[in-house]
Design a protein around this ligand. Sequence first.
Ligand SMILES: [Zn+2]
Length: 137
Amino acid sequence: MKKLIALILGFAVLLSTSSVPVMAAEASNDFSVKYIACPDGGKHEMHSVGVCFIYSGPSPSDPGERIVSYGNTNQCSKCGLYVGAQYCPQTYGFLGPYTMGYNIEYAGSIYYFYDGLMGEYWSLTGDSFIDGFEWKF
Ligand SMILES: [Zn+2]
């Protein structure tokens, strides 16, 4: 996993220093990559892996406010991207408030996301970002 993170970070640096206007990666303040298009190509293949808690603060030592409790965590079986959302997309057909990331704290099948939300989705289709995910059982 460390190797993958390094690879993704390297890719992000490459993108940000490249003159080609590719906006696939989005880095947060601590330079951890939150989202990148699936490196293996095609859509992220998301599978439900557990429960999520989402906090407004940046870290376990500074968690801030708990925004989502007992939400749902999905992981891409190809690149390892985690998506934490209020609702299980396979069950409800939407995410509600969500966030994502590659380097997620967890204990068993409970995942702890920091840095707040990335937004809300009340459909699993309709724009190029959410269409890049396939939600599988
Ligand atoms: Zn992926």
